[in-house]
Design a protein around this ligand. Sequence first.
Ligand SMILES: [Zn+2]
Length: 79
Amino acid sequence: MSYTLSLSCGCVVYVSCHPDTRVAHTRVIEARGAACRDRRHEVGLRLYLWELLPEPIQSAALEWEQPDVWRARMSPTAR
Ligand SMILES: [Zn+2]
């Protein structure tokens, strides 16, 4: 079970969900938007849930330039 969704920047994200729980477990950039200015948005990049959230936090998200901190926090071994 999977679907795609478009980000406000124009990129298309492929979302794969668990067939039983329907919880999205994989989110990757499938196609890059022509107007996208986010250098991290490359095809194949894994995205986290909050990076897919729409407008309200969009401006704030652009100021969060600490992906390493996010990765450490979201790492399965860091729990
Ligand atoms: Zn983008």
